[in-house]
Design a protein around this ligand. Structure first.
Ligand SMILES: Cc1cc2nc3c(=O)[nH]c(=O)nc-3n(C[C@H](O)[C@H](O)[C@H](O)COP(=O)(O)OP(=O)(O)OC[C@H]3O[C@@H](n4cnc5c(N)ncnc54)[C@H](O)[C@@H]3O)c2cc1C
Length: 550
């Protein structure tokens, strides 16, 4: 049983972790393996015990709810006039974004981590990260040189039984991609059936895998619906955290270390509220400057994405035909009583990784497909027959930024992604959009797709494509980099997540990612937390592993 408390059971905890998302849940589990240490996990959101969070196919429902989703929006970017406000959902619940995400299990490309090592973070090469990816997962179908067996997060391969999925794989192969049996193994490039973090038909979020499914620990307290509003320092030590729960404010003292895992949007916000950030920004908000750190909130990165929609000639081909009232009832009953049927699917069952700008550039585009047209907008879900492909840019070079506008913790920070502000990203967007068109024009589709509905097929020139791209760009929901690890002036932490200039303050979440990898960020953030947990506990890092890589 998880020790969910209404108030802290002690005045001081050895480790206090702010945020229970992909990183925070891992840290709470790993740090509390040392029974001599007390751990407090503080989460602003409520419990994750909700049927639609647990049921993979229910993923759109918690996403709609203010109770579970912070529903941030970026500001319109000034540098690329057409970039609109970008919807940026974030989990506000035990398990954080891992409790509301798409469950697509992707570990990125080996070259991404070798680039981190090249930039001076020598202990973050692929060889150093691989043992921690393996420690985090349980995937018995893979090659054990690359894949973990017996780790907390259970991974299964989708069945991709919908006929349109099979046609996508055929079309991708006719376009020139190879069919890849494991995109988290030796090679990432190719078309694939997706892997998802699901166990016994249930979402295997970080909280489920690392907190509920592990032996109970009496010295780990979990404080839900409690927000950290600032950090109080004594010299260069984080001394205590200021918390608010249901209107009641209180503090808890830091015994050994304070770890911020509030995610890429709110970790930098919390640092700024506590006086750490760009001094001009802090003074404008009447916040005393504890440490001028202009890197906080800079280096915001994301995977810009476009949704391509196609009609289905025979609507019975599309998953939408199974999601009428009776269909949903059948799926619900089958899932509830047998943990079988469509309820165990995250719907994204096939995809592809591509390298478009040539050798040496690594994987630079991803496709994720769903056998219907589904709009999971904050206002509500809209489902229609057809087929949908999300194409996103990997390893983009555009950088955004984030800052606070007020000392009030209840007001979200403002941020801009600045998508497609580099020539590289514009070139890549054109290549990715053309590659998507080409895959959907292959004869392998056998006329089963009726029409292209996103308007891309009417675009005549590259400049038309860029205009369309800026008008239609969306987030693939992977903000990161706002408190980057590194060795340069803009770095906020060192290679162990220790905030520069402080003795006992760590940052461990997607905000410390120095450059965005080619892949969705849940598995990657979990790996980061697994690795830094060893550093916090003072145990030797697992020896690097060097299997061959393609
Ligand atoms: C809708 C959606 C779909 C996605 N799909 C996928 C996918 O299919 N595959 C994949 O790999 N990745 C996916 N991602 C991305 C991935 O889930 C995130 O990148 C990852 O979970 C980030 O982990 P984190 O620990 O940095 O932050 P989060 O998991 O976001 O955790 C931060 C936690 O901190 C809490 N918090 C914030 N501020 C405070 C405060 N002041 N006090 C207390 N608590 C606070 C938040 O409530 C939250 O629970 C998706 C994300 C979203 C939102």
């Amino acid at each position: 049983m998880l020790n969910i408390v209404k108030r802290p059971s002690q005045r001081t905890y050895d480790y206090i972790i702010i945020g229970s998302g992909s990183a925070g849940s891992v840290l709470a589990a790993r740090l509390s393996e040392d029974s001599s240490k007390s751990v407090l996990l503080v989460e602003a959101g409520p419990s994750d015990r909700n049927t639609f969070i647990q049921m993979p196919a229910g993923l759109g429902i918690p996403l709609m709810k203010d109770r579970y989703n912070w529903k941030f929006f970026s500001e319109e970017a000034t540098s690329s006039a057409s970039e609109k406000e970008i919807y940026t959902p974030r989990g506000k619940v035990l398990g954080g974004s891992s409790s509301i995400n798409g469950m697509n299990w992707v570990r990125g490309n080996s070259a991404d981590y070798d680039d981190w090592a090249q930039s001076g973070l020598t202990n973050w090469s692929y060889a150093h990260c691989l043992p921690y990816f393996k420690r985090s997962e349980n995937y018995a179908q893979g090659d054990p040189a690359y894949r973990g067996i017996g780790g907390p997060t259970n991974i299964v391969k989708g069945e991709a039984t919908n006929p349109l999925f099979k046609l996508f794989l055929d079309a991708a192969c006719d376009y020139g991609l190879a069919l890849n049996p494991d995109h988290n193994g030796e090679t990432q490039i190719g078309a694939h059936t997706t892997q998802r973090n699901v166990s016994k038909g249930t979402r295997h979020s970080a909280s489920q895998a690392y907190l509920y499914d592990q032996p109970a620990k009496a010295h780990l307290d979990v404080l839900l619906e409690t927000r950290c509003t600032s950090i109080e320092f004594s010299g260069q030590d984080a001394a205590r955290v200021h918390l608010i729960r249901r209107g009641k404010v209180f503090t808890v003292d830091v015994g050994s270390e304070l770890i911020l895992s509030a995610g890429a949007i709110q970790t930098p916000q919390l640092l700024m509220l506590s006086g750490i950030g760009d001094s001009d920004v802090l003074r404008a908000c009447d916040i005393d400057v504890k440490q001028h750190m202009p890197g906080v909130g800079s280096n915001l990165q994301d995977h810009p994405a476009w949704c391509f929609e196609y009609g289905a000639t025979d609507p019975r081909d599309s998953l939408a035909s199974k999601l009428g009232y009776l269909g949903r009832l059948k799926i619900g009953v089958e899932w509830l009583f047998r943990k079988q049927g469509l309820g165990i699917s995250n719907h994204f069952e096939v995809g592809a990784f591509l390298s478009l700008l040539g050798k040496g550039m690594g994987v630079d585009a991803q496709m994720e497909c769903i056998a219907m047209r589904g709009n999971f907008a904050p206002q509500g879900i809209k489902i229609e027959p057809g087929y949908q492909c999300f194409t996103s840019l990997q390893r983009p070079t555009s950088r955004g930024k984030l800052c606070i506008t007020s000392a009030d913790p209840a007001l979200g920070p403002k941020f801009q992604f600045n998508y497609l502000t580099t020539d590289h990203d514009k070139k890549l967007a054109i290549a990715a959009i053309k590659a998507t068109q080409q895959i959907f024009q292959q004869s392998a589709w056998q006329g089963r797709l009726s029409s292209e509905l996103s308007g891309v097929d009417n675009l005549k020139s590259d400049s038309d494509i860029i205009k369309w791209a800026l008008a239609n760009v969306e987030s693939n929901y992977h903000p990161c980099g706002t408190c980057s690890m590194g060795v340069d002036d803009k770095a906020v932490t060192d290679a162990q997540g220790r905030a520069h200039g402080f003795n006992n303050l760590r940052i461990v979440d997607a905000s410390i990612i120095p450059s965005i990898p080619a892949g969705n960020l849940n598995a990657i953030t979990i790996m980061i937390a697994e690795k830094i947990a060893d550093s916090i506990l003072g145990v030797s890092a697992i020896e690097p592993e060097y299997p061959s890589i393609n």
